[in-house]
Design a protein around this ligand. Structure first.
Ligand SMILES: [Zn+2]
Length: 180
């Protein structure tokens, strides 16, 4: 068993004790608005992509990197769709490790692309949309792929908004029983 998997099993325990679950089986997504508010002021710091193909190329580089594979090996490929008819972007993961990400035209900013990829990565636990694990994964992706300055500013914006995240490195691999 690799070190990531061992660590994940340890860290997953608090999520299984029932305290953070609602009657629907998920933690309420209590940080969502605060995450949106924090990232809104930073969005134009990254690239704006015009086409689905450009986003797919960008994400192929991210997902094929050794850095990514060492941390999130359960994502193998990104299937990007144009989000036609949707008012917002979304991201989830299929059983075979495909990140399905949809981006309406207005949402094709680098920051939002890494945001939705973070959803695909963290959608394996019975765990809230914008909870601590999501935020720590998101910050790790921003740091790696948008650089330390944007990372530091997003971190600061999270702090100002009272958004919480795990302070250690975001490198968990989930326990098998916890996959949806
Ligand atoms: Zn989100």
């Amino acid at each position: 068993m690799n070190e990531y998997l061992r660590e994940a099993k340890r860290e997953a325990l608090p999520y299984l004790d029932g305290r953070t679950l609602t009657k629907y089986g998920y933690e309420r997504d209590s940080q969502r608005e605060r995450v949106y508010d924090a990232e809104d002021v930073l969005v134009d710091r990254g690239k704006l992509f015009l086409t689905v193909g450009e986003i797919e190329d960008y994400l192929a580089n991210v997902i094929d990197s050794t850095w990514f594979k060492n941390r999130f090996p359960w994502i193998v490929y990104a299937d990007v769709r144009d989000g036609r008819g949707r008012s917002s972007a979304c991201g989830y993961r299929t059983d075979v490790g495909i990140a399905v990400l949809k981006f309406p035209r207005w949402s094709r900013w680098e920051l939002f692309i890494l945001h939705e990829l973070s959803h695909a990565i963290t959608k394996i636990r019975p765990h809230s949309g914008h909870g601590r694990w999501f935020c720590s994964v998101y910050l790790a992706l921003i740091r790696r792929f948008m650089g330390h300055v944007v990372y530091a500013d997003l971190r600061q914006a999270f702090q100002r908004q009272g958004v919480h995240w795990h302070r250690h490195r975001a490198r968990q691999v989930p326990h098998k029983e916890m996959t949806e």
